[in-house]
Design a protein around this ligand. Structure first.
Ligand code: CAA
Length: 258
């Protein structure tokens, strides 16, 4: 892989977008590599939580690569968006294990869309978040019009989208767009600490929780029905037997994800 770094310790994988000279902008090669890494991590039972970040101190990801699409036709634009949704952004949202975006600097356009496709966002205090696409004559095309609206509501989403402005990490926190803000030095330790806590829980139960929560956001599903089904699924797992037995025997559980 040319643009992605992958590390893996103690059930937590760290995925770093590594094109710092281009502020980690998502060119087609980077999107394809991220897509492949997500497939690998989804199928790797040893990985229980994922932290996604950007290389360097300046940017998480500064957007889709403008240099690649500047001369695209309408049809090429449509395809760029559709393939991005399928290959990366929807795939990330549907990951069966929790993904924490550690936003270490600019998260703009496709970069904020990437962070919003993750399940949880933490940001460093220098981070700037925005969807500046209308300043380029396009709109957010990697799910931003939908996911930003779900996260912050229509009024704030349209303010961010239509002004093309950047929001500070502190404001993003007050809007619910990021869960917490730290210094840049503390960002990865905080993300790893949260991921480590998740990695100690039942992986199979976490997968079911992700399915149930996501269903509530989908227009074609009933979240309560999804929760009932996901709850029932848990009762067929070894993790459920281990978790309840450990509690009753006053010991710590040791989960396998089965
Ligand atoms: N695409 C391609 N290259 C990018 C880029 C992007 N989104 N963002 C930054 N870069 C490149 C710059 O072109 C520059 O490369 P060169 O040295 O080869 O010229 C390098 O990264 C460093 O960037 P700057 O010199 O611009 O750095 P700066 O500190 O002066 O400015 C910035 C930082 C404000 C983030 C500025 O780079 C910027 O505005 N970037 C573009 C942000 C943007 O508009 N993102 C949305 C993209 S469109 C999109 O994402 C569509 C979609 O939804 C599908």
């Amino acid at each position: 892989m040319n643009n992605i770094l992958l590390e893996h310790t103690d059930h937590v994988a760290v995925v770093t977008v590594n094109r710092p000279s281009q502020l980690n902008a998502l060119n087609s090669e980077t999107i394809a590599e991220l897509s492949k890494v997500l497939d690998e991590l989804a199928g790797n039972d040893d990985v229980r939580a994922i932290v996604l970040t950007g290389s360097g101190e300046k940017a998480f990801v500064a957007g889709a690569d403008i240099k690649e699409f500047a001369d695209f036709s309408q049809e090429e634009g449509r395809r760029l968006s559709a393939e991005g949704h399928k290959m990366l952004f929807n795939k990330l949202e549907k990951m069966p294990k929790p993904v924490i975006a550690a936003i270490n600097g600019y998260a703009l356009g496709g970069g904020l869309e990437l962070a919003m496709s993750a399940h949880i966002r933490l940001a460093s205090d220098n981070a700037m978040l925005g969807l500046p696409e209308v300043s380029l004559g396009v709109i957010p095309g990697y799910g931003g019009t939908q996911r930003l609206t779900r996260l912050v509501g229509m009024g704030k989403a349209l303010e961010m989208i239509c002004t093309a402005g950047m929001t500070s990490a502190a404001d993003a926190k007050s809007w619910g767009l990021v869960n917490n803000v730290t210094t840049q030095e503390e960002l990865m330790p905080a993300a790893m600490k949260m991921a480590g806590k998740m990695a100690k829980q039942s992986p199979s139960a976490i997968t079911q929780a992700l399915i149930a929560v996501r269903a509530g956001m989908a227009h074609d599903q009933d979240g309560f029905t999804a929760e009932i089904n996901a709850f029932g699924e848990c009762f067929g797992t070894e993790d459920f037997k281990e978790g309840t037995t450990a509690f009753l025997n006053k010991r710590k559980p040791s989960f396998t994800g089965k």
